[in-house]
Design a protein around this ligand. Structure first.
Ligand SMILES: [Mn+2]
Length: 387
């Protein structure tokens, strides 16, 4: 059972929201399936409360985007993103706009200036296993108005990103949704009753729309599909995106096996810009993970590093001041063992140290990513190899 303390905290924030008497807001959300599910829940809930809502999809927190949004809006939401950067968000919240973060990533200190992070990690739950961005967003929406209960299935769609399955809070939501008829068992999955789509199908559709379709309205289409279902035109869009990605992956794999993978002492790297043109940069990380299993191409004891140029545009927001590249890094199996036994440095540490002033990085022991200014990438690669 969720603690009364958590609900009290949510209630306090909702009172502030109501006292604000604002009817225009922006939601900043992550561009993956959990982020799209969270965005869909909150957008729908706020629309039902007569808000005019804009949604911005981000893969990472760009300070210039945060600064700009906080200068324009009096009410700002972050879903499935933001917890790790409350200090940055607070410091850029110059108008003291009411800012509500609904996330499950590791919480950081630095709340203040009217910024509230309702992360359940502060109440003893784990964001890795017990709840997703969509879970916490749903709990907020339901507390805002109990009629938002019908959005419960989206908490489960977003939570599909957790490999361990539905545990803890999610397990409770799963049985509640089934008991109330919002979902029903179908084989090893559940069907979303009103949309006639399974949780798994909705999850993978949103994943493709958000990542591959990032620069071609994929996330907006995904949010709509999350609420009203996957119609034939959406299905067609997903099919096209999937086949484009498949083609790109195949071409890149064959280029790498013909020698385009540059091998240094500790790093093996490649540039994927021309292969993934027009797709969201998340496809690079997915590809790097896949590559880490292609033992006929890679060295098992070297970090895998992929680079691609990013269009200097955030859809729905505008042009970024600078040009950036995305860097994704992965550890193959053998290197993972070396990291576990402290003989090699974790991938996120390596990337964060190498990126330094050229951009920003985050991640985990075996997988990490960064955004760096264009032109600095060779220096970052060299630094990584030397570290
Ligand atoms: Mn998430």
């Amino acid at each position: 059972m969720l603690s009364a303390e958590f609900f009290k905290e949510v209630e306090e924030v909702i009172l502030k929201l109501k006292a604000l008497k604002e009817n225009e807001t922006v939601i900043v959300t992550h561009d993956d399936a959990d982020g799209l599910s969270s965005g869909a829940i909150l957008k729908e809930a706020l629309k039902r409360n007569s808000f005019e809502v804009k949604v911005i999809f981000l893969e990472k927190i760009f300070p210039e985007v945060v600064r700009d949004l906080h200068s324009k809006y009096n009410l700002i939401f972050y879903t499935d993103i933001g917890s790790a950067h409350t200090d940055l968000i607070s410091s850029l919240n110059l108008k003291n706009s009411l800012t509500i973060i609904l996330d499950h990533h590791n919480a950081s200190n630095g709340e203040g200036n009217n910024v509230y992070d309702l992360n359940l990690e502060k109440h003893g739950y784990k964001g890795e296993t017990d709840f997703s961005g969509a879970t916490i967003t749903y709990l907020f929406a339901k507390q805002l108005n109990s009629r938002n209960e019908d959005l419960i299935y989206l908490a489960l769609v977003g939570s599909k990103e957790i490999p361990e399955g539905f545990l803890s809070i999610n397990k409770d939501l799963l049985s509640e949704a089934e008991r109330k008829g919002y979902i029903r068992k179908k084989g090893s999955d559940y069907l979303i009753t009103k949309l006639n789509v399974s949780l798994g199908e909705m999850f993978s559709s949103l994943q493709i729309l958000g990542s591959v379709g990032y620069y071609s309205q994929g996330p907006e289409i995904g949010i709509k599909a999350a609420i009203s279902g996957i119609d034939p035109s959406v299905e067609e869009k997903i099919k096209i995106l999937e086949s484009e990605r498949k083609k790109a992956n195949k071409k890149l794999i064959s280029a790498l096996s013909r020698g385009s993978l540059e091998k240094l002492n500790k790093i093996q790297w490649f540039n994927a810009s021309k292969f993934f043109k027009g797709m969201g940069t998340k496809v690079l990380g997915t590809f790097c993970s896949y590559l880490s299993y292609q033992t006929h191409i890679i060295d098992q004891d070297k970090y895998i590093v992929g680079i691609m140029d990013m269009p200097n545009e955030i859809p729905g927001w505008g042009k970024l001041e600078k040009e950036y590249c995305k860097i994704s890094a992965r550890a193959p199996k053998k290197l993972q063992e070396l990291i576990k036994s402290n003989k090699s440095i974790p991938v996120d540490d390596l990337l964060i140290k190498s990126v330094s002033s050229h951009g920003f990085a985050d991640g985990h022991d075996f997988a990490a990513s960064a955004i760096v200014t264009k032109g600095s990438e060779t220096e970052v690669i060299k630094k990584m190899d030397s570290l």
